[in-house]
Design a protein around this ligand. Sequence first.
Ligand SMILES: [Fe+2]
Ligand SMILES: [Fe+2]
Length: 303
Amino acid sequence: MKSRYGYKETLQSAEKIGWRVEDIIGGDKQLDFKRPFLPESLARVNSIDFLTSDEKLVLNQIRGYGYLYTFGLVEEFILPFILDHARPQLHGDDYRVRALLRFAGEEAKHIHLFKEFVTEFTKGFGTPCDTIGPPQEIATAVLSHHPLGVVLVILHIEWMTQRHYLDSVRDDQALDPQFKSLLRHHWMEEAQHAKLDTLMVDALSDACNPTEIENGINDYAAIGGLLDGGLRQQVEFDMQSFERATGRVLNGTERERFRAIQTQAVSWTYLGSGMTHPKFLETVGNLSPAARTKIEEMAPAFC
Ligand SMILES: [Fe+2]
Ligand SMILES: [Fe+2]
């Protein structure tokens, strides 16, 4: 089944947006470290009940930092993937070429934006926060998989971004307005990306036989496993960053509880909320109803 999206319409929507990095970060656009960065549904710091409210705020900001760093990290494999996908078709449909190249240009801009954010955060937060990487190494590992598996991961990520903003960020008035502005500007452009991803799934799956489709879906799960391992490592880094920033040393029981709650929080943020997105499931179901059912059965472990 073909998606209802089109290159021309998507390009036209993208052309109405178009913001510059320097207009949304730096100068008088400063992060407010007195306010939370991430909505509680993603940060899940309140259920770590042995933390004080100041400590919860610090952990929320560490998670916010990790959130935008992770977007930058995944965009390091999205960008080359789109360029590789566009390259063989430069002489085809002009709207398609322009929509894909604009998509690539926006992801390059987002990578730049999130690097600027990392600099701003590091300046204001006061203590260093470790993160998984380096991004190029993770990108190489992800891109070694079947292109259909990679594009399904990208589709998952971009619908997930839409869901986070609409369900949790847009109406949360407690969040730092500057951090929220970065999420809003990112969300505006990602709305087109999720549609273009759907069109890329159509194009790639058209060229696959049933065995290749199965291989692609298996590779989607394999990349998910790879990212899951990275996220578990990130939780350990976040715990160290938290102790460094607050000066508090957690005991064994507290560490276990911190780890359990935050592992579930990052699983929902980056895996569960994408796997259960109706638009993602619809596209997977069109490729393979059995794969859709399998993902739906696996999802509760990540929610
Ligand atoms: Fe992006
Ligand atoms: Fe994107």
